[in-house]
Write a protein that binds this ligand. Structure first.
Ligand code: GLU
Length: 444
């Protein structure tokens, strides 16, 4: 058996009931075959893959809080500090009832590769809780965040681990978490990124994931003589990533016709009205169906996904495994030219293979959604130097970072004779950086 298959089998056995982690690991290992086979003996001897795929530290903790009815609630909190070879652990917190160890191991592994691709000195981590923020009052959210941080604070710090947002964790939650962190540590050191602009946040952090996604997609499209201008774009999701992907695609002249949430999607042939979208989702925290109630040209399709809508470009920005093989078939049938992932692993492996086989330009999330964490690292830099950078300055650097990522993943794919395969390119380019540091740091 090859070293890769051996490691994969052993880790699947060691982490039973972790399908998402197996999926993420499988996708990465499969891409790395070419890079690893050449060095199989050395890597086997130094247990490189075993070390890479075993999180450095996993923390799980009880989070007790009291709801508005005076009832005691107990949730489980996590922080997976996956890899610190390149710098302090860095990655978001996800609050969603589906959160478990498998999901966070997958996300933390992806984050390790993604953070390497940004070119910044940040390691990989992820955390969160099975707490469901949906329908909770501001007071409940605050009490939950304070209780969560009461345990987490001892494990994090500006040079140790810098958490941020993810699904269910936005500006409001980061504020509550950071407030409690400061109260417990008596330090104002910037730990946590995605902070409000009033207390150490960076310009462009809110927009960064969505904008970065569109920047890298535009570059990939230009290479094949296409552009966002005049294109019909389908976006899934309606959270932070989706909202700013819609905004930037529109800046570039696209007609973005859909957004969605877990209960259905909205189709607006006139183009999504971003002001209404922000009002509904960011201010009112309402369901996406409310958008269709406000905008006369929009139609709401309950219980359906966006992938059957005719489009040139698809941007999956909702959640893992939302784009399956049947969806990929519909997209190809409708003539899609590019699929660029805004979410983490939104496309299943079968769907990815189908898209690639049919000549669709496909960039995986670990490269295409790296703009968010990249600007988080710029936020860390601004906090350390106590300097505030302008919107234009940070936006220009974000664009440059996405350009560098595109160049590196294209080059890595070319190095292994699979030009245009950005899945292999991203995995190999990220892997090279992480293992170089791991080798130089010794057997730790
Ligand atoms: N949760 C985001 C991601 O998946 C951002 C992480 C961060 O800014 O640290 O990359």
């Amino acid at each position: 058996m090859s070293y890769i298959d051996e490691v994969k089998a052993r880790l699947e056995q060691k982490n039973p009931n972790e399908p998402l982690y197996h999926q993420a690991m499988g996708e990465i290992l499969n891409s790395l075959r070419l890079a690893i086979d050449k060095h199989e003996d050395e890597y086997r001897k130094t247990k490189l893959l075993e070390r890479l795929l075993e999180p450095e530290r996993s923390i799980s903790f009880r989070v007790t809080w009291v709801d508005d009815n005076g009832e005691v609630q107990v949730n489980r909190g996590y922080r997976i500090q996956f890899n610190s070879a390149l710098g302090p652990y860095k990655g978001g917190l996800r609050f969603h009832p589906s959160v478990n160890r498998s999901m966070l191991n997958f996300l933390a592994l992806e984050q390790t590769f993604k953070n390497a691709l940004t070119g910044q000195a940040i390691g990989g981590a992820k955390g969160g809780s099975d707490f469901d923020p949906k329908g909770k009052s501001d007071g409940e959210i605050m009490r939950f965040c304070q209780s969560f941080m009461t345990e987490l604070y001892r494990h994090i710090g500006p040079n140790t681990d810098v958490p941020a947002g993810d699904i269910g964790v936005g500006g409001r939650e980061i504020g509550f978490l950071y407030g409690q962190y400061k109260r417990l540590t008596n330090t104002v050191d910037g730990t946590l990124s995605g902070k409000g602009l009033a207390y150490g946040g960076s310009e462009v952090r809110t927009e960064a994931t969505g904008y970065g996604l569109v920047y890298i997609a535009q570059e990939a499209l230009e290479k094949i003589g296409k552009t966002f201008r005049g294109a019909t774009v389908v976006v899934s999701g309606s959270g932070n990533v989706a909202t700013y992907a819609v905004e930037k695609a529109q800046h570039l002249g696209a007609n973005v016709v859909t957004v969605s949430d877990s209960s259905g999607y909205v189709y607006d042939p006139n183009g999504i009205d971003v002001a209404v979208l922000k009002q509904v989702k960011e201010v009112e925290r309402a369901r996406i169906s409310v958008y269709a109630e406000r905008v006369p040209t929009a139609v709401y399709y309950p219980g359906e996904k966006v992938w059957g809508v005719q489009c040139d470009i698809a941007l999956p920005c909702a959640i893992q495994n939302e784009l399956e093989l049947d969806d990929a078939k519909k997209l190809v049938q409708n003539g899609v030219i590019g699929v660029f992932e805004g979410a983490n692993m939104p496309t299943t492996r079968e769907a990815t293979a189908y898209l690639q086989k049919n000549g669709v330009v496909f960039i995986p999330g670990k490269a295409s959604n790296a703009g968010g964490v990249a600007v988080s690292a710029l936020e860390m830099g601004q906090n350390a130097s106590r300097k505030h950078r302008s919107f234009e300055d940070v936006d220009a650097e974000l664009k440059e970072i996405m350009h560098t990522i595109y160049t590196e993943i294209s080059q890595a794919a070319m190095d292994y004779n699979v030009p245009g395969n950005f899945v292999v390119g991203a995995n190999i380019a990220g892997f090279r950086k992480v293992i170089k540091a791991m080798r130089e740091e010794g057997y730790v």
